[in-house]
Design a protein around this ligand. Structure first.
Ligand SMILES: [Ca+2]
Length: 307
């Protein structure tokens, strides 16, 4: 299956790219970057560095530097320098540059070539822009697997998850165009926790790559509890994990809407699971995850990539 990755690479996109990069069933045809966790310059450099780390030789395209209808909302202050905080070692410097073609054009061309699965781990701006230009190409989206939203509470605000808060209009476009989508929201990703011992397990591989990965995992584990660290939800990698290990997830039909006008709830996803009784299904929601099994798989993938 042909796969496109659309990301705003910070720590958890990095791990998601690693999971997708090692999936035998998927041929990654392109990666697009978008403003989100950090600036477009940073997400693009971080994505190129991620490709370097995981020996992933696919074209990287610069996407949208701004959301559809608001100023960029970055969270660099939380995520550390360049949106890629580390306890020590930094990601390798990219040995190549991004492509000259803008991501929106490249994504349209990839969709023109035939059925495409899309893994999106940032705000959905690029996909909305591409489909605003070419809504007919929805027919070639096999599935959009995206991390964003929540069927329960938010994280960036009490109501909204960061990716959908950062560009709610983009998700609204995709809903309106009936893009076949599977949402991996906070209700799901909070079931997949990366633990303190995972940092050690990766570090034990003993290579330079293992130390780099462990230093980034370690920083992430200390985002909230600066000194001792604490288990953290592994957001973007949960969506990537679904592509590899779908048996670890329960996915249910739902009707999704995104709040655009709410005074306190802008960017919140409203997920109606009582379909078709209350509403017609227009999407799917990942509701349950075998978090322990998924983390076993994820750490195995990272150890292999680092060895
Ligand atoms: Ca992300």
């Amino acid at each position: 299956m042909r796969l496109w990755i659309d990301c705003d690479t910070g720590f958890d996109d990095l791990i998601a790219i690693g999971i997708a990069a090692t999936a035998k069933d998927y041929q990654i045809v392109g990666i697009s970057t978008v403003v989100g966790n950090t600036t477009l310059d940073n997400t693009t450099t971080n994505t190129l560095s991620a490709c370097e780390l995981f020996d992933l030789d696919v074209p990287v395209y610069r996407g949208a530097a701004r959301p559809l209808a608001q100023a960029p909302q970055t969270i660099e202050g939380l995520l550390g320098e360049g949106g890629m905080g580390t306890r020590g070692r930094k990601l390798p410097k990219p040995s190549r540059s991004e492509e000259k073609t803008p991501a929106i054009i490249a994504l349209i061309e990839a969709l023109e070539e035939g059925p495409l699965s899309i893994l999106a781990t940032g705000p959905l701006t690029n996909l909305a822009m591409a489909l605003n230009l070419r809504p007919d190409l929805v027919r070639n989206i096999k599935e959009l697997v995206f991390m964003g939203g929540s069927a329960t509470s938010g994280n960036h605000t009490a109501a909204a998850e960061f990716n959908t808060y950062a560009d709610p209009e983009a998700l609204a476009v995709l809903i309106e165009l009936e893009v076949p989508m599977i949402m991996f929201g906070l209700n799901l990703t909070r079931q997949v926790m990366i633990q303190l011992e995972h940092e050690d397990q990766v570090r034990e591989v003993g290579t330079e790559k293992a130390e780099i990965l462990a230093d980034h995992i370690g920083f992430y584990l200390r985002l909230v509890e600066k000194e001792k660290g604490k288990p953290m939800a592994l957001h973007d990698p949960s969506a990537a994990a679904y592509l590899r290990w779908p048996e670890c997830f329960k996915v249910e039909p739902m009707h999704i809407e995104v709040e655009l006008a709410g005074k306190h709830s802008r960017g919140a996803t409203v997920c109606e699971l009582r379909v078709p009784r209350k509403a017609e299904a227009n999407a799917q929601l990942a509701t349950e995850a075998d978090g322990e099994k998924i983390m076993e798989h994820v750490i195995e993938v990272l150890k292999k990539a680092a060895s």
